[in-house]
Design a protein. Structure first.
Length: 417
């Protein structure tokens, strides 16, 4: 990231946040970086203004934000014996650091090359000199944050959204508990993978002693679009994905299908959303032996243009009766689901190979919706999808995504009011 360019007024990292960055270093050797500074866009090395998505606002960035090229997603569990103050302090520290990094700045004012030489630098430094990279940081709260083995540890059980429950079991899934759930989640998207990894790395350091990383996932190559000027991307099966996704300029659809309304309850979540994440393994080698006509029948679209097999071009609304009754497009279409829609924001992933020498690859599926029932209904509808022969759901999680933080505040602040 660039050197100090100014940012919004903020309190700075707490002492425990700085201790986390030092990973056990002496508190006496670390100076608290506070003070006021004005938010400014980072500059690219060639002098052109970088794309900056401000952290503060009515909604969190990373939902309707133009989908970037890379993802680093992480789920965290709060440490045992932590209390309400620990949670609030962590959210304040994360919000402060996120507001700086999304602006193209280092994680704190002392940066990667400042501060006492006897202590680790506050910023790990691998993004030093890089622009903001269209970085967005989105923070969410899982069901277990509101009620866990210790009961109502954070004093928020009675403010838990009634709709925030563990997802039910779905036909054909084989979930790995080590790749599922989490008290908190952070979705980081950026056009530069190093910027994305840098964000999660430093937010994890800040959490030291208060929360620990439960699992994480890297993604590349977006598999959906959120703006009309973006081309529809392709998944690892080679098909265009997310053609009919909700777009950022469709305010009516967002209000109906994505944003939690004031009368939905609870009040602190109004303007937020619900996130469902699913890690979906693709049986690449099996798929690659399927003839083209069968691949197209399974999806319900031709592989080249992306047009529905019922005719037209990619953007032509499919004639459902002209598709196989169990094709993916027909089953997922709002016309087959009483108008139900979700905002998709997925990424491809490749994690090397498994013990059989086959690619560990697939889709990290991210869905935003006003009510988790939307995702549940669609997933149950897809139980007869022809595509199920070639995919396996191996990871899962659900989180409430609070509205955006007010400038100088922190994500989730109304929850603790």
């Amino acid at each position: 990231m660039t050197e100090e360019a100014g940012a919004a007024p903020h309190l700075g990292l707490s002492r425990r946040g700085l201790l986390g960055l030092a990973a056990g270093g002496s508190a006496a050797a670390i100076a608290l970086a506070g003070g006021a500074f004005a938010l400014g866009a980072a500059q690219r090395q060639d002098g052109e203004a970088a794309v900056v998505h401000p952290f503060f606002g009515a909604h969190q960035s990373g939902i309707t934000t133009e989908v970037q090229e890379h993802l680093h997603f992480a789920a965290f569990d709060m440490m045992p014996r932590g209390d309400r103050d620990d949670l609030i302090e962590l959210l304040k520290d994360w919000s402060y650091a996120a507001s700086r990094m999304t602006a193209g700045l280092e994680v704190s004012a002392t940066g990667a090359v400042g501060g006492p030489p006897e202590a680790p630098p506050d910023d790990t430094g691998e993004a030093l000199g890089l622009p903001a990279g269209a970085l967005s940081i989105t923070i969410g709260f899982g069901p277990t944050l509101f009620e866990n083995e210790d009961g109502d540890r954070y004093g928020i059980r009675d403010r838990r959204p009634a709709k925030l429950r563990r997802l039910p079991a779905f036909l054909g899934e084989d979930l790995d508990p080590a790749q599922s759930g989490g008290d908190l989640c952070i979705q980081v998207c950026a056009d530069d993978p190093q910027v994305a990894v840098h964000a999660i790395r430093n937010l994890s350091r800040i959490a030291f002693g208060r929360a620990k990383l439960r699992w994480s996932q890297l993604g590349f190559g977006k598999t959906s679009r959120t703006t009309a000027d973006q081309q529809t991307p392709r998944n690892l099966f080679g098909f265009k994905d997310g053609t009919a996704n909700i777009l950022a300029d469709d305010a009516a659809a967002l209000d109906e299908h994505v944003w939690v309304a004031e009368d939905d309850g609870p009040a602190w979540l109004a303007g937020g959303s619900y996130l469902v994440a699913r890690k979906i393994a693709m049986l690449i080698e099996t798929w690659d032996r399927v003839q083209l006509s069968e691949q197209e029948r399974i999806f319900g679209r031709d592989k080249g243009e992306g047009a529905p097999l019922s005719g037209g071009t990619e953007q032509t609304a499919p004639r459902l009766s002209g598709l196989d009754a169990h094709s993916h497009v027909r089953l997922a279409n709002p016309g087959s689901n009483d108008g139900t829609r979700i905002l998709r924001r997925g990424f491809n992933y490749v994690g090397g190979n498994n013990s059989l020498g086959r690619l560990d690859a697939g889709l990290f599926f991210l869905a935003y919706q006003r009510d988790p029932a939307q995702f549940i209904a669609l997933q149950r509808k897809l139980s007869t999808d022809l595509l199920n022969e070639y995919i396996r759901h191996t990871g899962s999680g659900i989180w409430a995504i609070p509205p955006g933080a007010a400038e100088g505040g922190y994500v989730g602040q109304p929850l603790f009011s």
